[in-house]
Design a binder for this molecule. Structure first.
Ligand code: CS2
Length: 495
């Protein structure tokens, strides 16, 4: 084996011909987008679309400057800097074909916790037109009880008092917008790229929630001037593993310390509402629409819910990855039936989308044997996912008289999972959830009170008061606790 070449600007020309690389002159690209939260998903999605755009010869004003606000972002900052912000996207097709492409659209990276002023100045710079975010649901600082901005968070209180030394994203955005307003510059757009329903509306609510605590006049200006487009984002991006790094070394003699792996499918449906202009992402596959809501609902209640259905049942059964579940006939059939009987009948029609085709494509995507999306990643944060992915389907079916059995079995299995933190054989499962302890407490009490798990109000709301749901849940709980081999119940429900 040859000595691998480190990925950086200087070495780009020496890479194997099989790796696609940027042909545009990166030294001419300027920062038009500041992105907070550079993880795998941003790099397989927004940065990917933007790279395609730069490659197409479009204006070079849309380079991306990454921002990390938390200590764990430091590793990414360090690696990207060493690589001149280049990284490899490893696109894995279901038939085993692999495409590798070096992405060049990220041109800088800053750590807000080291030097907040530089990050604020970068956001306030006249060239910056968009500040985009992938900060995960947890990053929006939502009060679980009220759904409003959580003003009691000590970091929020710190940021209200220390406008130029913020810790959280809201402080950075607000201070940068203050500078722009004072300098007579137009407001940038704040664009959420998180997989959250009405992500733009939520971001608006939270940014205004913070700004009002700090400066009412500024909050009014933000309310008037800043746009917060909603968007549906989609591309399955599993966690990068050492074997992906090794693959680039052995197949391409390329040393990339943090490549990104993803599926070929990619979708971005965006509300066309940008206060300071935007890239022509529609030229490279994104879709601009008037109303994103139906697309979001379809994605959250089919793709993401489907992931959770397989993720939870599969974990309790003892599977490790999504593709493993989909290649089990029973799990695949259960997923199909969940779509056909419960999820799809309560979805609104989506313009230009053939739902049957969409469902079939999902099953094909999930079955991609090269993606090996880990169930631990899927189940991570279920307490904030299920209320959006699964509960709306249950609630709608409760009011329309539709089936709720399949979804309710999943909730019962999730109770077992939260109680035991183990699969049906007793092998321990890694549980990562903000509410891990409360879920565990509530689930543990199931043997005294079958409905006790439903007491976690921020997840279930008043669902336990619905008689049909309570009865069905109680039946599923008895089944799962009597026989944790969930496939027995899956089979009997399908019969
Ligand atoms: C997954 C998503 O986290 C989850 O539960 O369903 O990360 C999913 O892979 C993406 O939304 C795909 O776009």
């Amino acid at each position: 084996m040859n000595i691998p070449i480190s990925l950086n600007n200087k070495n780009l020309a020496q890479l194997s011909d099989d790796i696609v690389r940027p042909h545009y002159d990166r030294s001419c690209v300027t920062t038009g987008i500041v992105h907070v939260g550079i993880g795998g998903f941003h790099r397989s999605h927004e940065a990917f679309y933007t790279d395609l755009l730069l490659e197409s010869g479009a204006s070079s004003q849309w380079g991306i400057c990454g921002v990390g606000l938390r200590e764990p972002d430091r590793k990414m900052a360090k690696i990207l800097k060493q690589q001149d912000y280049l990284y490899t996207l490893i696109v894995k097709h279901p038939d085993g074909r692999i495409e590798t492409k070096v992405i060049g659209s990220i041109i800088d990276f800053m750590m807000g916790c080291d030097d907040p002023q530089s990050v604020i100045d970068r956001m306030a710079h006249p060239d910056t037109k968009i500040v985009s975010l992938t900060i995960t649901e947890g990053g929006y600082n939502i009060d679980a009880e009220t759904g409003d901005f959580d003003a009691s968070n000590p970091d929020v209180q710190h940021d209200v008092q220390n406008a130029t030394q913020p810790r959280l994203v809201f402080g950075f955005l607000t201070e940068a917008l203050r500078k722009r307003r004072d300098q007579g510059l137009e407001a940038f757009t704040i664009q959420s790229c998180d997989n959250i329903q009405h992500n733009g509306d939520l971001t608006r609510k939270m940014v205004l929630g913070f700004a009002k605590l700090q400066d009412k006049d500024l909050a009014n200006w933000i309310e008037r001037e800043v746009s917060f487009p909603n968007a549906m984002v989609d591309r399955i991006t599993p966690v990068t593993t050492q074997s992906d790094i090794d693959f680039l070394r052995s197949e391409f003699d390329l040393d990339d310390q943090w490549p990104v792996v993803c599926e070929p499918f990619c979708q971005w449906v965006i509300e066309d509402k940008f206060s300071a202009g935007r890239p022509e992402w529609q030229d490279v596959g994104a879709q601009f629409v008037g109303d994103v809501k139906p697309y979001e609902e379809m994605k959250l209640r089919l793709l993401n819910a489907g992931h959770s259905v397989l993720g939870i049942l599969g974990s309790v059964f003892g599977y490790q990855t999504i593709d493993e579940c989909v290649h089990d006939d029973l799990f695949r059939e259960f997923l199909k039936q969940f779509y056909d009987r419960e999820a799809a009948p309560v979805l609104d029609a989506v313009e230009g989308i053939d739902l049957d085709q969409y469902k079939a494509t999902l099953i094909e995507r999930f079955g991609n044997p090269n993606i090996r999306d880990n169930l631990a990643r899927i189940c991570l944060g279920s307490s904030s996912k299920l209320p959006v992915f699964l509960m709306p389907t249950i609630r709608k079916n409760l009011s329309s008289g539709g089936s709720i059995q399949l979804a309710t079995l999943v909730i019962a299995a999730w109770c077992y999972y939260s109680d035991r933190h183990a699969d049906r054989h007793g092998n321990s499962l890694e549980v990562t959830d903000e509410l891990k302890d409360s879920l565990h407490e509530a689930a543990k009490a199931t043997d005294q009170d079958r409905l006790s798990f439903l007491k976690v109000k921020s997840v279930f709301g008043d669902l336990a008061n619905n008689e049909r749901f309570a009865d069905t849940y109680s039946e599923m709980i008895q089944r799962v606790y009597r026989e944790p081999d969930v496939t027995k119940h899956m089979r009997s429900i399908l019969e």
